[in-house]
Every structure is written in C-alpha cells, then in structure tokens.
Design a protein around this ligand. Structure first.
Ligand SMILES: Cc1ncc(COP(=O)(O)O)c(C=O)c1O
Length: 598
C-alpha cells in the first residue's frame, strides 16, 4: 500500500474509526463500542523467559489475595465474582492489549464528539439527566468540579458537616466560606441521618437574618451517607430553586438507586442540579470510575465543564471509560433481572441478620448497606476477617458496614450470615455463662450473708442490721466481682462488657462534635504558610484552645472531625483518642500529635 492509498483510507473513516460507507451513524453505537474486542487470554510467546521484575509487589499481592477466597463485602461493586465477571466482562482481556490514548477514531474525553460523547449521552439518558460526563478520577473529581464550577473565590456555601474530604478540598481551592449544617446523628451508634427540608430552611433563614440570602451560592449535601441514609432531596431542591440556589448532591454511594424501586429515588430524578455517582462503589465498574450528572436550569454548565476538564487527567484511561460503559450496559440490558435477584437475596440475608441477638442490624434508607451495630465494632471487623475470611467495607467505633452489589454471589451471603450467626451464638454463650456466673455468685454471697446474719443473731451480738449488710458489705463485694469480670477476665476481648451491647458506658462516637470555627479553612492555610505550625501532643494540656492547621479524619468515611481553622477542644481530643483506641485509621494525627497554627 502506498502513502496515497493509506491516506485515502484514513479519509474514509469517520472519527469513530468506522467506514462512512457502512452507513453506521453515531446513534447506532452501543455502550461497549469504546471497548474493542481483543485477543483475551493471548499466551505469552516468550513464556519460557522469566522476567526478573522487581517492582511488582502490588500485583503479586493482589494475585495472592484473589486466590484467598475472601468474601468481599466492600467496594468495588464487581466483587471479584469470577462467574459474573467472566459472563459480563470476559471479553475485556488483558488491559495492556487495549490500553491507548487519544488516537485516530477514539475521540477525546476533554472534547468529546463521537464515541465518548455518545457514551456520555447514553449515560444521561439512562440516569434521566440533561448531561452526564464520565469521571476517571472518581467522585472526588466530580465533587471538586461541581463545587468550583458553581462558585467563585470567597463565595458562601451551605454544606453538610458530614461531607467527604473532597468537598472540603474544593472549599480550600476556591477559598469558600462554608456555613455548616450539622446533621442529626444516632446517639447510640454515632452514624449520621439524612438532612430534612426543615434543617435546610432553618440554616438558610438563619444566614439570611443577618446576610443577603443571594450570597449563598450553593448547598452541598452527601446523600446517601456512607451508611445509606438519604436526605429529602426533592423538597430541598424545590425550596432552594425558589431562590435560585443550586443543590449539589454527592451521591457517590448511590449509583445503583436508579435501577430498582427497592432503593431510594435518585438525586437526579429528585431534581438536584448536579449529582455525582461513584460507579465503582455500587455497580460493577473499575475503581476510580464515576459520573457527574447535570440538570439544566440554574447552574452554568460550561463553568462546571471547565473544572471537570481541570480535575481530570489529560490522558483519561480508555480502560476505565470502557468499564463505566460496560457497567451501564449491564444494568441497562440485564438490570431488571440482576436487581430483582439481588434484592431477593439481600432481603433473605437482612432477615437473617435481623435475628442476631448481640449484633444489631441497623436499618438505614438504602437496603444495600448492611450496617451492624456492636459496641466493639473493630473487634467484629477483625474477627470476620481473621477468623472467617470476610472483608468488610469499614469499621466505626460502634458499627461496621458491609457493602453489597448485584455482583454478590449467594455463597458470599451464606458465608457472611453463617459467620455472624456463629459469632452471635458465641457471644450469647459467653453472655449467658457470665450471667450464670454472676447469678451463682450473687446466690453464694446472699446465702453467706444470710448465714452470717443468722449466726450473729444466734450469738445475740447484733453488730449489723440486715440492711447494712445487704447495702454496703454485700453490694461492695458484688461490685468488685462485677468489676473483675468486666475488667480482669477478658478472654480474647470477649469480656462481659463486650458481650453486653446495652451495657455501654462509652458514650463517645465520631459524629458527636460541634466545632468552633476560629478561621475559615483558607485563612487557616494562609496562616500556616505564613507562620507555620507546631506539633502538639494530644495528651498535652496546652493543646486545648489551639487552632488546627490540618484536616483530621477517620478513613473511611473521610469526614473531617477537625478542619483547618477549627478550635481544638476536649471533646474533639476525646473523639480522636476513642477512634485511635478503637483501632480506626485517623488521618492527620502524627505520632499522637496534631498540627496547631502558631
Ligand atoms: C460520600 C463520598 N463522597 C465522595 C467520595 C469519593 O469517591 P471516589 O472514591 O469515587 O473518588 C467518597 C469515597 O469514599 C465518599 O464516601
């Protein structure tokens, strides 16, 4: 073929790479057209050559992990389910064989006109949005694009204090002035509830009483929460729209809402202006994949697009984009069947879990989230992993979260329920044994006391009256006994305190804080740049009243307990210590110290 022939062939191709002679139009393109069919499973011709590669530890660890048969009750939503992955993604093959950049015929995500544009349009149609764009940097990039796209430097936004750290990062970037809503939380377990219209009205009115309401440039909510509680998006959106205030909903955990009546209504369909979904969290898509949806009316779409361009890699992965397309294709074509089966399985599992005596299934709005209350949650999380090979999504101080998806197998649910039943039974045995022991002890003491009284009466030396003995001496002995059972006889942490979920003296939970903002986050960072920070140990009395120079949060869920510019109080330190003691990962604490502004 000479150069001219080659050129003429190229000119006959439209940008999708298909000959215009075939009559194929963009409308005919299906989701999966981003994915080319390659030679899945091609064997390595040089397989006798053993490469001496040093930097492959992540991959070899992943490989080993894959073979461990660990039940994945966590994201991503593809759940390492071999059977369904083979069925639905078997043709994807080795990603290296298909990894490309913006070459001829493959469109450009940042200036999408053909196959990628079609994929965006199909996503918008599926979710009922006016526009949808893929995100290859997760919902993190979506939150940042949305917030920066609807605000300007120094603007005021109303945001829920339980927003993800990416929302706070956008606040930092645009030097915004946030007015916080502290959502209600469950006092016993410490998880956040959804936000009501009443709370939004209250905060808008409160702000407007001494400021101009028009200064509020956005309201930003996380719905659902990590635990699956949703806010009243429909009525909140309607209310805000009267004042032209856009509603941004971080619906990272709700990409599946759209596909079954068993889940809450999606924020897109409830009328929010910008909605962000992590496809990888609850649908079978690769990690990092997400979508941002826009409903026309209030927001400036082009400004959001500008930031969406800024926060995405200039080399977006076609493998990740194919993965989004494939997961949407699965739910579009087979979603009814997959979701019906999933909800049936899930309902049976939830019924089983609700019968546990010592571990409590906490009901939240999204049934896909299995939130299990137990006072020593990290112990439960660790026991499930180390003893039963079940990996959960996260542990808080008093509850754990297991994530489910349409790609879960029945085997996962059977193992999960069987393990929890066994743990619960063991807790029950220990609980009953402890009760029996205490009961016997009470009996013995009581009989001994009666005998003593009897003897004393017999001897007619009535030094004590009966009440004295019962109230002081006997009670004290029994108290000591309780305490020794409680503190001293811990067997593998299954002690009396941990088996009795109700007897929970520890009132601390990670949601129980109301910070005092001394500086905005942007002011705090400026001061940190100018004057620096001191590292002060959390057990040093001098720390109280200092202003934090850093965000401090438990990960997951990544909700800051302390933001830069907030005052460090005894309550905050108590929460951080409790989280640390519970074995949670606290980001922002460095060897027991916090960064405090000078
Ligand atoms: C509520 C919420 N929003 C946003 C994110 C960020 O999502 P992504 O991991 O897709 O960047 C997370 C991550 O866990 C999250 O929990």
């Amino acid at each position: 073929m000479n150069w001219n022939e080659d050129k003429s062939i190229k000119m006959n191709l439209d940008r999708t790479g298909k000959s215009d002679k075939t009559g194929t139009t963009n409308k005919d393109i299906k989701y999966d057209d981003i994915l080319l069919n390659g030679n899945a499973g091609t064997t390595n011709k040089n397989s006798d050559i053993k490469p001496n590669v040093k930097y492959n530890d992540i991959l070899s660890k992943l490989d080993k992990y894959k073979d461990e048969n660990i039940v994945p009750m966590h994201m991503p939503g593809a759940k390492r389910n071999k059977e369904l992955i083979e069925l639905y993604m078997g043709d994807m093959g080795n990603p290296y064989e298909k990894d490309i950049t913006e070459i001829n015929g493959f469109d450009n995500m940042h200036n999408a006109e053909t196959i990628i544009k079609d994929a965006f349009d199909e996503a918008a149609e599926l979710y009922g949005a006016d526009e949808s764009w893929y995100l290859v940097n997760g919902s993190t990039a979506g939150n940042m694009s949305a917030i920066c796209g609807v605000t300007h430097k120094n603007d005021v936004v109303i945001m829920a204090r339980n927003c993800h750290i990416s929302v706070y990062n956008a606040v930092i970037l645009n030097e915004l002035n946030p007015v916080y809503i502290y959502p209600e939380y469950d006092e016993e377990y410490g998880y956040y509830k959804g936000i009501t219209l009443k709370e939004i009205k209250f905060i808008v009115d409160k702000y407007s009483s001494d400021h101009d309401r028009n200064d509020i440039k956005a309201v930003i909510l996380t719905s659902p929460t990590y635990e699956g509680n949703v806010s009243d998006i429909k009525s909140i959106a309607e209310y805000l729209h009267q004042y032209n205030i856009p509603l941004i909903v971080d619906e990272a955990h709700g990409a599946h809402f759209n596909f079954s009546e068993s889940f809450p209504q999606s924020a897109v369909k409830s009328g929010a202006d910008v909605v962000i979904n992590s496809v990888h969290k609850t649908l079978p898509s690769l990690t990092q994949t997400a979508i941002i949806h826009i409903n026309y009316g209030i927001v400036d779409v082009e400004r959001i697009r500008r930031y969406w361009n800024i926060y995405q890699s200039t080399s977006p992965s076609y493998i990740l984009m194919s993965s989004i397309a494939r997961s949407l294709s699965i739910v579009k074509n087979d979603g009814d069947k997959l979701f019906a089966e999933y909800v049936d399985k899930l309902t049976i599992l939830r019924n089983g879990l609700s019968e546990l005596k010592h571990i409590r299934l906490i009901n939240t709005d999204d049934i896909s989230k299995l939130v299990l209350g137990y006072k020593d949650a990290k112990w439960l999380y660790d026991t499930l992993f180390y003893k039963y090979k079940i990996q959960l999504e996260m542990s808080s101080i008093k509850y754990v979260i297991a994530m489910t998806s349409i790609f879960d197998s029945q085997e996962y649910y059977d193992r999960f329920l069987a393990a929890l039943k066994e743990i619960d039974e063991e807790l029950d045995n220990r609980f009953l044994a402890a009760l029996k022991e205490i009961d016997e002890e009470l009996d013995n003491r009581f009989l001994a006391a009666l005998k003593e009284i009897d003897e004393e009466i017999d001897e007619s030396i009535s030094k004590y009256d009966r009440e004295d003995i019962l109230n002081s001496k006997v009670d004290k002995d029994l108290d000591n006994r309780f305490n020794s059972i409680h503190n001293g006889e811990a067997d593998n942490r299954l002690n009396y305190s941990s088996i009795n979920n109700q007897d929970n003296g520890n009132k601390i939970n990670v949601a129980d804080f109301r910070d005092e903002q001394a500086l905005t986050i942007a002011q705090a960072f400026n001061r940190r740049d100018l004057s620096g920070c001191d590292e002060i140990q959390m057990n040093n009395e001098k720390i109280y009243g200092k202003i934090s120079g850093e965000s401090v949060y438990v990960y997951p869920p990544g909700i800051p307990i302390l933001c830069p510019g907030e005052v460090i109080t005894r309550k905050i330190i108590a929460i951080l210590e409790a989280a640390g003691e519970a074995g949670l990962e606290v980001v922002g604490v460095k060897e027991g110290a916090l960064l405090c502004l000078r």
